[in-house]
Design a protein around this ligand. Structure first.
Ligand SMILES: [Mn+2]
Length: 359
């Protein structure tokens, strides 16, 4: 650990202490992660709920879902997943709202109204954020997953990490690191994972549920998306997409599409990957990945989204063709700026690409 790390951990401990004091003083507590929740959002939130319920007596803790949609099928095995309450069904006035795995209030979707009537707010997140809100904002973009921060909060408290908590946190870390394969899979993530396995987490059980339990309908959609992968700019950019019609035809559901970006990013020689999914309301959800040094978060932000250097997303009001025509030149600009040794990435949204038919 170098001195930078020590300072970081001292700052984290100080904020852990302040969050613990907010919990001390609260009775009605809610925990909520971002809209369209992934394994980190769900696993981190559930683990935190269990840590608080167990470590403090007399707290009433509720895990909220930001959306009206149920917990995505792949994550229903998580201990406590059946106890989530939809934010739009929650009528309470919390003493404390703990925001997990996000630090941008609009991404709380329906839970934003609950946030606004909460007395205090704490954030535990790992997304880069320029304008944090809340009474305490613990935001560590260097942490591989929000689950890493929650695991360390458990250790800080001296809480008993049960096998249930360990499974929730292991799921959070394994999914956000792409099975410990992305650039964020650092020694801290492995140390946490090791601690969680010691505490009773089962990597094989989690893997069976998250990575080896796909419905045939989803796999058929994956084959459509795979067959449609196009590379661009000498193979350095790979992209594909799924339309509403593809989902209808195969019977796959929008919440099953999380892994499709990994199919696109697996193309040999590709440096950045883009996957677009047409939502039921006609908007387009975009996922961006960088396999190496390139920072694609600026492209996501330009389109009103956000995320990390190597993994980001956005939602577009345009259709798939128009979104591709906007995003592909931006990705190309990121690569070319890096080629020329420029840090500044051109971000002119007017820049459009004329795409041929069939794209
Ligand atoms: Mn996360």
């Amino acid at each position: 650990m170098d001195s930078g790390d020590e300072q970081l951990f001292a700052e984290q401990r100080e904020k852990f202490g302040r969050i613990a004091r907010l919990i001390d003083e609260a009775t009605e507590i809610v925990i909520c992660a971002h809209t369209d929740p992934d394994g980190d959002a769900l696993g981190s939130g559930l683990a935190l709920e269990q840590i608080i319920s167990q470590h403090w007596e007399g707290k009433h803790v509720t895990s909220l879902l930001a959306d009206d949609a149920p917990v995505p099928r792949l994550y229903r095995f998580l201990p406590g997943a059946d106890c989530f309450v939809r934010a739009s069904d929650y009528a309470g006035t919390p003493d404390l709202f703990i925001v997990v795995d996000l630090s941008v209030a609009p991404r709380l979707n329906r839970a934003q109204a609950v946030l606004e009537r909460s007395a205090h707010v704490a954030i535990m997140d790992h997304h880069p954020c320029t304008a944090p809100f809340g009474d305490v904002a613990l935001i560590r973009p260097d942490a591989a997953a929000a689950g890493v921060i929650i695991a360390e909060f458990g250790l800080f408290l001296g809480a008993h990490i049960t096998p249930e908590i360990a499974n929730c946190l292991f799921c959070a870390i394994v999914t956000d690191t792409g099975r410990f394969q992305y650039q964020n899979a650092d020694s801290e993530a492995f140390e946490c994972a090791s601690m969680l396995v010691d505490a009773g987490a089962s990597p094989s059980m989690i893997s069976l549920n998250v990575y080896q339990s796909f419905r045939l309908a989803y796999l058929h959609l994956e084959s459509v998306v795979m067959g449609r992968i196009v590379t661009f700019d000498h193979g350095r950019i790979a992209y594909s997409y799924a339309t509403r019609n593809d989902l209808e035809r195969t019977g796959a559901r929008p919440d099953e599409c999380d892994g499709l970006i990994d199919v696109v990013r697996s193309v040999e020689g590709s440096e950045v990957a883009l996957f677009l999914k047409e939502l039921p309301d006609g908007r387009v959800r975009g996922n961006l990945r960088s396999k190496g040094k390139h920072d694609i978060s600026g492209v996501a932000r330009l389109l009103g989204g956000g995320g990390h250097k190597a993994a980001a997303g956005f939602t577009s009001e345009d259709g798939i063709d128009a979104t591709l025509a906007t995003v592909l030149p931006q990705l190309q600009a990121v690569l070319h700026a890096a080629d020329e040794g420029r840090d500044v990435v051109p971000t002119n949204p007017q820049m459009k690409l004329e795409l041929g038919k069939g794209v």
